[in-house]
Design a protein. Structure first.
Length: 443
């Protein structure tokens, strides 16, 4: 990839404030739209020349995330820099940290990039997590023939370095995993510490027969977690200006094949009417206190497992979250807008849920169904009342395909199963209504 292949007009673009976004996916696209709504300009960096957010950017840079020159081109002249995904290499950000205004700072990004650090940090700052230990660990070394096992503390094992993990033989990896599983018990979940997403880089271990195939993951440092037999999953998106923390109504999330399928708000079990109740209010309070205690500013999404009245931190992301797409139409203000307000130094608005809302992710396998819903609306065959940008239906579409049916297609040029191609927000809509009227239209 040539460094910093710049297109568009160089800074200064005009007298608007400019937000620079590292990453040009759908989250960047929606941040850019709200930045424009607030009167700001947007610059976007992405390695893909057809990145969705470029369609909304005033200026864009095609370049790798670890290309310092490209990052400099992105950030030059910007008033605030943000990131729309959490795997921006930390060393790279440190290069630009003191030069440009990364308003969220690097800390929440750094803390979220490693599952071991992330979960230890959650515990230190008051959130319960599933039990976990690092593996491979120095305490679980396989003894040489005739040697005594290495004495260690299996409850607090010392993680092995990535270089040492890479040198383990297949037999040693299995031994390591057996030792770790004997500490936590089965069922448990093995996850790579870095770069995992949507269920990639993890394996559930329910019985001894699962150990061999799971142990392949131990070529890189991993974390072993106790399996939580949760009732359901939930998430909360918060924005803080350093003093005040606002949170969007908690969503109940349904995943299929490790990928978010539906978000339902208000979350059944956590709310009475549109308001959060006991456990829901407890989650909002604990997560808000966590954010304050960590000193994080900007946006933070936390995913949780809920079991009865208990909740467990699973992971966090210091960026807008897929489960927060519903806020665009479902709330009085949305996650993208509040992030932009924070970035532009404006006061935050407290969001209010306007009506029960269901958000359906449109993966590659659902794209035809989504386009049909839009087409029916355009032809007046469906329940449609108004649409915007109908000429863009094949590519990108954002509009109302029927009363309370808001379709967002991200304009990705290549569709494939499991790729996030868009989402539809149904509001007002309960899960029961969604299941009756709409669920059957998707794969
Ligand atoms: P993650 O990438 O950590 O969010 O994991 C992806 C999905 O795997 C989660 O949304 C859960 O459905 C499931 N999962 C992850 N960790 C656990 C756990 N400790 N116990 C039960 N299910 C889990």
């Amino acid at each position: 990839m040539p460094a910093g292949n710049i297109t568009g007009i160089r800074m200064p673009m005009d007298n608007r404030k400019t937000i620079a976004i590292i990453g040009g996916g759908q989250l960047g696209l929606m941040i850019a739209r709200e930045a424009h709504n607030l009167g700001a300009a947007v610059a976007v960096l992405d390695p893909a020349p057809d990145a969705p957010a470029f369609a909304q950017a005033d200026r864009h840079v095609v370049g790798a995330y670890d290309d310092i020159q490209a990052l400099e081109e992105l950030c030059e002249g910007s008033d605030a820099v943000t990131y729309e995904f959490e795997n921006v290499p930390g060393e790279v950000l440190r290069h630009i940290e003191n030069k440009y205004n990364i308003r969220q700072g690097v800390a929440p990004l750094f803390d979220s990039q490693d599952r071991l650090r992330e979960k230890a940090n959650a515990r230190i700052h008051g959130l319960k997590t599933p039990e976990f230990i690092p593996v491979p660990a120095l305490d679980f070394m396989k003894p040489e023939d005739g040697e005594e096992p290495v004495p260690g503390n299996p409850e607090y094992p010392v993680p092995m370095s990535a270089a040492d993990a890479a040198r383990l033989s297949g037999e040693e990896r299995i031994y390591q995993l057996e030792q770790a599983v004997s500490v936590l018990g089965m069922p448990c979940v093995l996850k790579t510490r870095t770069l995992g997403y949507d269920g990639h880089g993890q394996a559930v271990i329910r019985e001894k027969g699962d150990l061999r195939s799971a142990s392949d993951l131990l070529k890189v440092p991993c974390i072993l977690e106790k399996f939580v037999d949760f009732d359901y999953e939930a998430s909360v998106v918060m924005v803080s200006d350093g003093e005040k923390v606002i949170h969007f109504p908690i969503g109940r999330n349904i995943h299929t094949g490790g990928i978010l399928d539906l978000s339902i708000v208000p979350a059944p079990g956590l709310s009475d009417g549109l308001e959060e109740n006991g456990t829901g209010a407890g989650i909002a309070l604990a997560c808000g206190n966590f954010m304050k205690s960590c000193g994080y500013r900007g946006i933070l999404a936390i995913e949780l497992f809920v079991k009865g009245n208990e909740f467990y931190f699973n992971e966090m992301a210091p960026r807008p979250h897929n489960s927060g797409h519903y806020t665009i139409e479902g709330c009085s203000t949305n996650q993208y807008r509040e992030l932009c307000r924070f970035l532009l130094g404006r006061p935050l608005e407290t969001p209010v849920l306007l009506a029960p809302t269901v958000m359906k992710n449109i993966l590659g396998q659902d794209l035809d169904a989504a386009k049909t819903i839009v087409a029916e609306s355009l032809e007046g065959a469906g329940p449609g009342v108004s649409v915007s940008s109908p000429e863009e239906v094949d590519n990108a579409f954002c509009g109302v395909a029927g009363k309370g049916v808001y379709v967002h297609l991200y304009g990705k040029t290549q569709s494939r199963p499991k790729r996030k191609m868009g989402h539809i927000t149904f509001t007002p809509m309960t899960l029961e209504e969604f299941n009756d009227r709409w669920a059957g239209r998707f794969v």
